[in-house]
Design a protein. Sequence first.
Length: 363
Amino acid sequence: MSYIGSQFQKLDFFNLSRQSLAVFIAENYDAPRYAADNIFKWIYRKGIYDFSLMTDLSQTLREKISESFYFGQREYLKREISADGTRKYLIKLGEEEYVEAVMIKQPARMTLCVSSQIGCGMGCSFCRTATMGLKRNLTTSEIIRQVLVVIDDAKHFNDMFTNIVFMGMGEPLHNLRNVAEAVAILTDNFAFSIAPRKITVSTVGLVPAIKKFGETVNANIAISLNATTDEIRSKIMPVNKSFPLEKLLHTLREFPVNKRRKITIEYVMLSGVNDTEDDLKRLPKLLHGIQVKVNLIPYNDNADLGFATPEREYVHYWREVLVNAGLDVTIRWSKGRDISAACGQLAYNRLNMPVKGGMPAEA
Ligand code: SF4
């Protein structure tokens, strides 16, 4: 709880994991730990957002927590549906602040792609979100509410996501604390109860944060690699200047994985830039000794970013060569392109940002 002047300010309930809530109510109300378990069940399992109806809590505790917490809004402003069934949600967070979440329809599953920041500061030159720059980190509540909005709307389509990926707007590991708290809520058996192996958090390769993620977060990690030389990677992903390939790959070699949970290597194929025959030879060598699966992502033609999509047959050729080199490889074809919901296309139009990008002349 905090005070602004004499104004008492309530806390957004969705910001707290069950563990954080237990600490809060113990310290402030001397309440037992199991009370946090009960509150989580009422809210996330039963959808009851009124503390006064939580009959297994004491009357005093019900009154106190009603005074302490509010529930952030859980509605979308706009929903677009692609011809392929993918749905994109525009969610308003504050004055002129919006974020997008995407429900990606695939043959055997549905994947919910959530955002972790408004905009992004990583500056990848093939990504539309980068053109917005970083506005701010999302709170844990703003991440959780994307999930709640989509769950609520899924009733109208009689479907539900099977996986969650942190691959929307933003660099999740640049907002690790709030993302970690959100993952704790998503995997909590008293809340969403999503298996950790069904959640994947993607990063451009922030080395110190990858180490911390491995030690503290129970979810899969995906590395957006996208090049086999420092020269090209630094040109398309400025983060490589701080954390070059050798440092990144060394960190991945030490990352804790088990047999069922491999590190995903994402490789956005930019025709003629990072998909040469030399790249194809180098990639398996770079990944040697790391427990990975490779996800080839043919670039989505984004307006004016200055890159081109490789031919379909050429993408299949890459896959074949990498499989023959002993790698586990999948191809992620675009979904939701007609509504700008595909990978690297998220950026709400309201900002009307001038689109820049392409290969910079200087790294
Ligand atoms: S690809 Fe990801 S990390 Fe890079 S600019 Fe886009 S949103 Fe940020």
